[in-house]
Design a protein around this ligand. Structure first.
Ligand code: A3P
Length: 346
């Protein structure tokens, strides 16, 4: 594997709370391909987006306790995270007389690894201090909806509190997920990847995604890590496994599953409301309005997050030659890691 150190930035280590002394440490970003680019931050040997701090992830695993009322959406990136966030937030709000759907599910549902990495850097404090402050400020009476893209062993909470809270894992077939990630990487300048000018989707799949070099690492290892947890005795009450494809084909049925899992008292009329408020068209409209408002204020936006959606779009995008290799790899990895192929319908 070719490693190329890109740049360094200064972070500060929290030494102890009485002395309040900070020492700078070097963070190194890594380019996953010397020719294609694609920058990541290596966090405990797993590629994360470049803004992530290993210090924060490590501290979350020590200090952060999951609470009984917490709801976590755990996904490999591009498998339907935002959709699940919207559904859960709408389900929690559906008794309230709120006129419009949640416009920005990202604001109402935190990604602790990201928000604390960014806030620690901005405030020039260590990960330990940022996580300490966050944990202190969490209101235990409030239901938190969190998201993570971490493989199970890097989940952002202390393992001893792991039996509290509920986790919804959303998965998607690897081919559509890879195409979605390609656009995400091109549209998000932090990755320093201009794939549309360099090799396109095929090259991205072969040289980055299928190699496990993209954010969150290897797709199959990621799913095997959560699946092992799901298969454990008594886990079904704590972990719900949802397929993006089922959500697309039968949103009413899948939303019913989610509200039952969360033990929410929701009527059939409210289930319909949740489905409407989390539909592709509603979310696309809300995101573009939100992006326009933020752009007006001069804030940075990532366009096109609610991009195309659907199942099977990859068929006309990935070349037959690459798709053949990709499908072989998928079958081999599923066999090797004991993942049922039916978890990834196309
Ligand atoms: P595409 O890029 O294939 O369009 P994530 O939120 O995990 O980053 O996933 C993003 C993917 O989910 C994008 O896929 C996006 O369009 C799709 N998506 C988001 N909301 C959706 C919805 N309500 N219905 C269907 N797909 C949705």
């Amino acid at each position: 594997m070719s490693l190329l150190f890109l740049s360094t930035s200064v972070a500060f280590v929290w030494i102890n709370s009485t002395k309040k002394k900070y020492f700078p440490v070097q963070l190194q970003l890594q380019l996953q391909s010397p020719t294609l680019g694609y920058a990541v931050s290596m966090v405990l040997s797993c590629p994360y987006p470049p803004f992530m701090s290993e210090d924060v992830v490590r501290e979350l695993q020590v200090q952060h306790k999951l609470q009984k009322s917490d709801i976590v959406i755990a996904t490999y990136p591009k498998c339907g995270t935002t959709w699940a966030q919207q559904i859960v937030l709408e389900a929690l709000n559906c008794h309230e007389n709120i006129e419009a759907p949640t416009k920005c599910p990202w604001k109402a549902s935190t990604w602790p690894e990201m928000s604390l990495s960014c806030s620690a850097r901005k405030a020039k404090i260590s990960g330990a201090k940022a996580v300490f402050d966050y944990c202190k400020s969490c209101d235990s009476d409030k239901v938190r909806v969190l998201k993570t893209h971490a493989p199970h062993h890097l989940r952002p909470w202390n393992a001893e509190s792991g039996n509290s809270g509920r986790v919804i894992v959303v998965t998607r077939n690897p081919f559509d997920a890879a195409v979605s990630m390609f656009h995400h990487a091109c549209d998000n300048e932090v990755f320093q990847y201009d794939g549309r000018a360099q090799g396109g989707v095929d090259s991205f799949c072969e040289n980055l995604w299928m190699e496990g070099k993209c954010e969150s690492g290897d797709f199959w290892e990621w799913h095997a890590s959560w699946r092992r947890e799901y298969e454990k005795k008594f886990s079904k009450k704590r972990i719900l496994w949802i397929l993006y494809e089922n959500l697309t084909r039968d949103p009413l049925g899948e939303v019913r599953k989610i509200v039952q899992f969360l033990e929410l008292n929701v009527s059939e009329k409210e289930v319909n409301k949740i489905v409407g408020r989390s539909s592709f068209s509603t979310m696309k409209q809300n995101f573009s309005e939100n992006d326009a408002e933020r752009a007006k204020k001069g804030e940075k936006i990532k366009k096109n997050h609610i991009r195309k959606g659907g199942v099977g779009g990859f068929q006309s995008i990935i070349s037959a030659q690459v798709l053949h290799k990709f499908k072989q790899l998928h079958t081999e990895n599923c066999r090797r890691l004991d993942l049922n192929l039916e978890l990834f319908p196309t």
